[in-house]
Design a protein around this ligand. Structure first.
Ligand code: SF4
Length: 332
């Protein structure tokens, strides 16, 4: 990919696959759930890249695979200049200080019997950080302030907080080790609409202040439009389109992206056009269609689509996986 060469690449994934074996009888041919299939992308320092797609399309598996929280089946991954695939368990553990995750559900991601102070101190304790007298306590107070809470909250338990406050605690815990990258896995989907904007604004402020890089997983296009610099669209384990947010939301090229946007008229310009209805269900990732994986639902599928499409750069920084994108774009 020849995109944004002046910016520092923090995370790079090349041709990454994650296939889960399906258990069967010993005489049966081995089958796999192809959760992530030949995905390549770069994440630049200080940016927010949105990963978008229907549930089950492989967004979360991809995010966990590129951090080696799940072992990739194949591919190359580089984080901050280090080849992640060449690291042993011990080396990976040391690197994890720089990569943290904020999960969707702040209710289940906090230990109910630990105080806020213990929760935020835990990652520092595990990594042996802030070991001087009073240093950890001072860091907990600083982190609570950063996320809009204060030291009076330190000795309380998670059940004493609202959903939004709990997500602030989760964010404070993620920041405890001074990470470079945070994976935000649907961080506002479980929250009330009124609280969502506050958490999104907090994530933005923290990014500006601390120079954080986010990989932001969401199925909510309006949230992605608000927060992300670039967007990657996923379908059935593959990235089908990638570009800056404005381009993707105003000038999408892939038929699947167009269908997603047509169902969300409140985002970008494209979504205000006629609704594109997709027929049929998402095929099983254990038995994906040959050629273009979208061809069983694509309204523009032709014979040529039985061949595997190539990932091409349609314009600077705008990539797409479709045989017919040019022709369809000219026709629009
Ligand atoms: Fe549709 Fe063919 Fe493009 Fe796939 S390659 S998205 S089936 S037009």
């Amino acid at each position: 990919m020849a995109e944004n060469t002046a910016r520092k690449v923090l995370l790079q994934a090349d041709d990454v696959c994650k296939w889960f074996p399906i258990k069967g009888w010993f005489f049966e041919e081995k089958r796999y759930v192809q959760a992530v299939n030949h995905v390549s992308f770069r994440l630049y320092e200080g940016e927010t890249l949105g990963l978008v797609g229907e549930s089950g399309c492989g967004k979360t598996t991809l995010a966990r695979t590129v951090l080696r929280l799940i072992e990739p089946t194949s591919g190359a991954i580089t984080f901050d200049g280090t080849d992640l695939m060449a690291q042993n368990k011990h080396q990976l553990r040391a690197l994890r200080k720089d990569m943290q995750i904020v999960f969707q559900d702040p209710y289940s991601s906090l230990h109910p019997r630990m105080t806020v102070r213990q929760i935020i101190e835990e990652p520092m304790r595990i990594r042996g950080l802030y070991t001087g007298p009073g240093e950890r306590e001072a860091r907990v107070k600083e982190l609570l302030q950063m996320v809009g809470l204060n030291e009076t909250h330190m000795n309380r338990y998670p059940h004493e907080f609202s959903g939004g406050q709990r997500q602030r605690i989760v964010i404070a815990r993620a920041l405890a080790t001074q990470p470079k990258l945070i994976i935000c896995d649907e961080p506002v989907s479980a929250l009330d609409v009124s609280v969502r904007a506050q958490i999104l604004n907090l994530l933005r402020e923290l990014q500006e202040k601390l120079g954080l890089t986010y990989l932001f997983i969401s199925h909510d296009l309006s949230v992605v439009e608000y927060l992300c610099d670039r967007v990657a669209i996923m379908y059935l384990g593959q990235m089908v389109e990638l570009g800056d947010t404005e381009t993707i939301f105003n000038h999408p090229l892939h038929p699947y992206t167009k269908a997603l946007l047509s169902a969300a008229p409140q985002v970008g310009n494209f979504g205000r056009r006629d609704r594109i209805l997709l027929e049929g269900d998402i095929p099983s990732p254990a038995d994906p269609p040959s050629g273009c994986r979208f061809r069983t639902r694509c309204p523009y599928a032709q014979e040529a689509c039985a061949q595997v499409p190539q990932w091409v750069e349609a314009e600077e920084g705008h990539h797409v996986l479709c045989h017919r994108f040019q022709e369809l774009d000219e026709r629009a």
